[in-house]
Design a protein around this ligand. Structure first.
Ligand code: 5GP
Ligand code: ZN
Length: 143
């Protein structure tokens, strides 16, 4: 837990989020500046700055959940592809220093940017989170 970390604040319930999925080790919620509708972030429940600080177990769990979220996103949104990636260090473009994975629906012809500066519409984010949550819940996963 890091006091000045926005993802820790979300995990503590001190800041809102558009919830999609939860395990003992991870939370998944929508990126509020979506690179595409349905852009999800999978975050570790413990605060690790980046891949160099995170434990192998937490990294593996984020990877495991990213597979589930990729399937949920693809099935629910019927996108052509799904981008899964994460950034480590400011030099790599990381902007929130709490280990996380991006899962972004992709369709041909669309901009492949990782970050957007445009906030998503709150009503659309809410509806999207509900759809992806329901889809993820309908899929088999492990603890
Ligand atoms: P990074 O650049 O560190 O890989 O990704 C951080 C992501 O967090 C960005 O895509 C950014 O849009 C997103 N983000 C920043 N602040 C918030 C927030 O308060 N809530 C949510 N849900 N996402 C955020
Ligand atoms: Zn944190």
């Amino acid at each position: 837990m890091s006091d000045d970390c926005i993802f820790c604040q979300i995990l503590q319930g001190e800041a809102p989020c558009y919830h999609v999925h939860e395990t003992r080790y991870t939370r998944t919620f929508l990126d509020i500046f979506p690179a595409a509708p349905g852009h999800c972030l999978i975050v570790t429940k413990d605060h690790y700055q980046d891949i160099f600080a995170a434990t192998p177990e937490s990294i593996a769990m984020v990877g495991h959940v990213s597979t589930l979220i990729a399937h949920a996103v693809k099935q629910e949104l019927q996108c052509e592809g799904v981008g899964i990636f994460q950034l480590n260090g400011a030099a790599a473009g990381q902007t929130v220093f709490h280990y996380h994975m991006h899962v972004i629906p992709r369709n041909s012809g669309e901009d492949l940017a990782i970050h957007s500066r445009v906030p998503g519409d709150t009503g659309e984010l809410e509806a999207m989170a509900a759809r992806l949550h329901a889809r993820a819940m309908s899929m088999r996963t492990e603890d």
